[in-house]
Design a protein around this ligand. Structure first.
Ligand SMILES: *Cc1c(COP(=O)(O)O)cnc(C)c1O
Length: 492
């Protein structure tokens, strides 16, 4: 399996190289040259999560030694996750795929638990003796998940940038209390898009990268621009489908819809890969919050970032530049890289591009407003006793609109992307808990007794944790801070 760039099809890298580099020097993202197709799906149905992950990941990372890949997967999903790595829960006519039973309580754990182990192997194969510097921009959940899995890993340094006012209190505290010798977390005066742009810029900065290479450092990213993030995410789409077959809710070949709360378009892109690999999917339903660039893109065929970012109650989706959409454009443009390059340059220069002529039939897109999010949470809890977080509620809200508009009865699976405990304030508001004069930690207790679930221990202990990372910088300072961090680490 080789990977190429969305902006230049002369690029050919193996999986190790693509993961280590993170982003192509031409600014494009790495994509598999050919999406593998699974002919004998019936052989996979009975596998447990790790076995299935092995079968899927190795189709993409075929340079990996089988035993090493197996070992990496076992270790990644061994500790830190509940006994069921992901849970499928039926409520009324839909299923929720709970992806938040990992160490940091959001779906990002599924990919980030594995990524450092993949990268370490890549480092050994491609650049023995070198160290890896991981730069990460986060809209709230990636940061903590990356820190948790990269902390104190030998030969890896990690730096995380989060938007100062763009994450929930629990998400912030999870990050700034992170212990570990090889890491640093900085708040940025700006939003996620600023943070992501700064990181991408450094990953394309030839002079900077060469300078660091001379000092023994390779720079990569833990964001979903890294293909190593996306591949592990394909697994749970298959796993959920097979679960329905095992439960006799479906027979092999029946189609399902997936509803995916989307921001950077990584999670739903993994679903698109799953569909392209042969998974019987009818619609990929892309759910946005009020930052509805993706909804508009699918309905008008114009991507237009020229609008103000709205700070919503689903902060991990407060994004105007959905990076992974570039990969979809590449596939839908029949791999014509010059066309992708032109569109992405338009986006950078003019703030918009249009994409006529492509076939969007695999997708359906809509959005849920903040007001609707609270209604959805309240209604589902009152009717079914099930509490969903604001991101998942964006998904469920869009599902209801889809159903009403189309009457489609295809079994639908909604991705539950985070634990409701990460967003105590919004949950309290939606469920009628008074938020007056209470801090987030008191709200957690009330939330816990109302919804009848224990506060996850990693969140319970947060209140007492010391804030170790207090830095706040402007986006222009990112490069300087990276250099400063490297110096600090060289002196340890
Ligand atoms: C990151 C995130 C999303 C959005 O996923 P993308 O892959 O960026 O589209 C949705 N919900 C939660 C809770 C997240 O952390």
């Amino acid at each position: 399996m080789k990977f190429t760039s969305t902006r230049d099809n002369r690029v050919h890298l193996n999986g190790f190289q693509a993961m280590l580099q993170g982003i192509s020097r031409d600014g494009g993202l790495f994509v598999p040259q050919e999406i593998p197709y699974i002919d004998k799906m019936e052989d996979l149905i009975a596998l447990d999560y790790q076995e299935l992950a092995f079968e899927i990941v190795r189709l993409y990372l075929d340079d990996f030694d089988d035993d090493k890949l197996r070992g990496a997967i076992e270790a990644a999903y061994g500790g830190g996750f509940g006994e069921d790595i992901v849970k499928l829960r039926k409520l009324g006519e839909v299923w929720f795929l709970e992806l938040f039973h990992g160490p940091t309580l959001a779906f990002k754990d599924l990919a980030l638990a594995l990524l450092p182990r993949l990268l370490k192997e890549a480092l050994k194969e491609e650049a023995p003796g070198k160290k890896l510097l991981i730069l990460t921009a986060t809209s709230g959940d990636t940061g903590k998940a990356a820190l948790e899995s990269f902390k104190d890993q030998e030969d890896i340094l990690i730096l995380v940038f989060y938007p100062r006012d763009g994450v929930s209190e629990i998400q912030r505290k999870q990050m700034v209390s992170q212990e570990g010798k090889n890491l640093k977390i900085l708040a940025i005066e700006g939003d996620f898009d600023d943070a992501q742009a700064a990181v991408k810029e450094l990953l394309e900065d030839e002079g900077f990268l060469n300078d660091l290479l001379k000092r023994g450092l390779i720079v990569s990213s833990a964001n979903s621009i890294n293909i190593g993030r996306l591949i592990p995410q394909i697994v749970y789409y298959f796993f959920a489908y097979f679960q329905l077959i095992k439960n006799k809710d479906l027979v092999l070949g029946d189609r399902v819809n997936f509803v995916v709360p989307s921001g950077n378009f990584g999670n739903i892109l993994a679903a698109y890969y799953a569909k392209s690999m042969g998974l019987p999917v009818k619609k990929l339903i892309c759910a946005s919050n009020e930052n509805r660039v993706l909804t508009d893109f699918f309905s008008t065929r114009t991507y237009d970032k020229r609008r103000k970012l709205i700070k919503s109650s689903s902060p991990s989706m407060d994004i105007l530049v959905s990076s992974n959409l570039e990969r979809l454009v590449y596939h839908l443009a029949k791999e014509e890289t010059s066309l992708v390059k032109e569109k992405m340059e338009d986006l950078a220069r003019k703030g918009h591009y249009s994409f006529e002529g492509a076939n969007f039939d695999d997708f359906y897109a809509d959005y849920t407003s903040q007001e609707e999010v609270e209604e959805v949470i309240g209604k589902l809890f009152n009717e079914m006793g099930y509490a969903i977080d604001p991101h998942t509620a964006v998904g469920y809200g869009v599902y209801e609109k889809y159903k009403k508009k189309t009457g489609d009865n295809t079994p639908s699976i909604i991705l539950a992307t985070a634990s409701p405990f990460k967003f105590a304030k919004t949950m309290a508001q939606a469920l009628g808990i008074s938020i007056l004069s209470r801090d987030e930690y008191e709200l957690l207790k009330e939330l816990s007794s109302l919804i009848g679930l224990e506060i996850p221990s990693s969140i319970k202990s947060l209140r007492e944790k010391i804030e170790l990372h207090k830095g706040l910088i402007s986006p222009e300072r990112v490069k300087k801070e990276v250099e400063g961090f490297i110096k600090e680490q060289e002196n340890v």
